[in-house]
Design a protein around this ligand. Structure first.
Ligand code: BES
Ligand code: ZN
Ligand code: ZN
Length: 493
């Protein structure tokens, strides 16, 4: 979709439809037909609350335009999240009428340049994200409709921060869409090798340095935990390392993404119901690649080392087994008690590798535990870490980004539940509760004490079971992309 920033009255803008944002005071006066519209709004009991919308047709002369009123809640309480939700809701409604050209009149008159930039960025994200669907495998629709083609964004006055903010919003949206597509792609298409090709395309486009290690090369580096997970599949593993090293960078950020292109559970096989959702078990690595795309576009002055240990967890003849003892790259040994707790094994070696790149801090993203989904539900990622200040920075980057992240504890006292009788650590907890935390504690074994580290468990939001604010049912969400990109921007500022 093309977007353009314009000024003027909503009625005068060229478009098939006008989206008009209304607060709960139902003030339609900026529109010439405002009085009539306020009356109709009251008649149908439209309250102007977030999530509400109504259409009016045959307005503003010839050719007649559609008017879509969207609720914005109480005046003064509207921020980036509200604007993103309003523009995304508007797009969904416009799709119902197969419209192609729209003008958006939503309040963008925040009081600082920074706030105006954030506002229009969020609006643009909602617009572009809601407009796109993963439709590449649907063939033979009679009259295909491919969403909105053009949008004019009305601003009260031309200002550079509007152009800059909308451009950043577009970059963040396209990076998020890229990650979404990778997650939505099925595992027969998106293999470890294919993921390495995607990394190669990014490296070429943005001038990143790329290293891709095959099984033999990983063996040489001593990645016994990661390789054990990969052994049961015919699709060979690929360990991907992208680096971005701009001049003048004073900080080096490590990003690690869990990259299971499919997680059958291995010999500890998962139940058949909904196993297909496990094509999304590479959402952490998709988020890292998505963030690298945004970083390549926005070029913050921060160095980034992005690492993805790609593998498929399958129960083939050479699969690893419960009872196996693995030696990880760090030298620590791990007793496998369940082959379905594979993500933490791949991450153990990825974390060891990234720390050899002399990073100042590390964030890992992983669809790590069903327990995190039980704890926080489908929308929130859980955040754990070993350094409160760095955790706060990650949470600040998430705030208003479109990603929902909530902190969880890493209680030292739960360490006893992952003790092993025969190795340094066991890959599952011996008790039922707190699975997201014991998984986090397992990872902590592979992080040096002096390395600030945040672990984001994105098992809930990675693949949408229902429509989200700007994401669609049964598709990848791109969870984490915007948080990581914004973290890099803040580190590079
Ligand atoms: N990939 C799964 C976690 C998951 C669950 C992601 C639901 C997305 C949605 C992970 O590898 C896994 O299977 N974890 C096990 C760990 C258990 C064996 C300790 C789990 O959560 O059940
Ligand atoms: Zn698993
Ligand atoms: Zn998994």
């Amino acid at each position: 979709m093309r977007w353009q920033i314009v000024t003027g009255s909503p009625e005068s803008v060229k478009a098939q439809a006008i989206v008009f944002g209304v607060f709960e005071d139902l003030d339609f006066t900026p529109l010439a037909e405002g009085k009539k519209l306020a009356e109709s709004a009251r008649q149908i009991r439209f309250k102007g609350k977030p999530g509400e919308a109504f259409f009016a047709f045959d307005l503003f002369g010839a050719p007649a335009k559609h008017l879509l009123a969207v609720g914005l809640g109480t005046r003064g309480a509207l921020g980036p999240d509200g604007l993103r939700a309003a523009s995304a809701l508007a797009v969904r409604k416009l799709h119902e009428r197969f419209l192609k050209e729209v003008a958006l009149a939503l309040p963008l008159d925040a009081d600082s340049p920074q706030a105006r930039s954030e506002a229009i960025s969020a609006l643009t994200e909602g617009l572009l994200l809601a407009n796109e669907r993963f439709g590449r495998y649907k063939t033979g629709e009679e009259t295909p409709y491919d969403g909105l083609h053009a949008c004019r964004i009305l601003v009260p006055k031309r200002k550079p921060e509007y152009e800059e903010g909308a451009r950043r919003g577009e970059v963040l949206a396209r990076a998020t869409l890229f990650a979404r597509t990778l997650v939505s792609e099925p595992s027969n298409v998106l293999t470890p090798a294919r993921m390495a090709e995607e990394a190669k395309k990014l490296a070429k486009e943005y001038g990143f340095t790329l290293k891709v290690y095959d099984e033999e090369a990983c063996e040489k580096m001593g990645m016994g935990a990661y390789l054990a997970v990969a052994r049961g599949s015919k699709n060979p593993p690929r360990f991907i390392h992208l680096s971005y090293r701009p001049k003048g960078a004073r900080f080096r950020l490590g990003l690690v993404g869990k990259g299971l292109t499919f997680d059958s559970g291995g010999l500890s096989l998962k139940p058949a119901d909904n196993m297909g959702a496990m094509k999304s078990d590479m959402a952490g690595s998709a988020a890292v690649l998505g963030a690298m795309k945004a970083i390549g576009e926005l070029k913050p002055a921060v160095a980034v080392e992005a690492v993805m240990a790609m593998a498929e967890n399958m129960p083939g003849g050479s699969a690893y087994r419960p009872g196996d003892i693995l030696t990880s790259m760090s030298g620590k040994t791990i007793e496998v008690l369940n082959t379905d707790a594979e993500g933490r094994l791949t991450l153990a070696d990825a974390l060891a590798y990234v720390q050899r790149q002399k990073v100042d801090a590390v964030v890992d993203l992983a669809t790590l535990t069903g327990a995190c989904v039980v704890a926080l539900g489908p929308d929130y990622a859980g955040a754990m870490g070993n350094d409160q200040a760095f955790l706060d920075e990650v949470l600040a980057a998430a705030k208003g980004s479109g990603d929902l992240i909530w902190p969880l504890p890493l209680p030292e006292a739960y360490g006893k539940y992952i003790k092993s009788a025969v190795a340094d650590v066991a890959n599952i907890s011996r008790i039922r509760g707190g699975g997201a935390l014991t998984a986090g504690l397992f990872l902590k074994h592979f992080v040096d004490e002096g390395t600030p580290w945040v672990h984001l468990d994105i098992a809930g939001p990675a693949l949408r079971e229902e429509d989200g604010i700007d994401s669609h049912k049964a598709e990848g969400s791109g969870a984490g992309v915007r948080t990581l990109a914004r973290l890099a921007l803040s580190k590079g500022a």
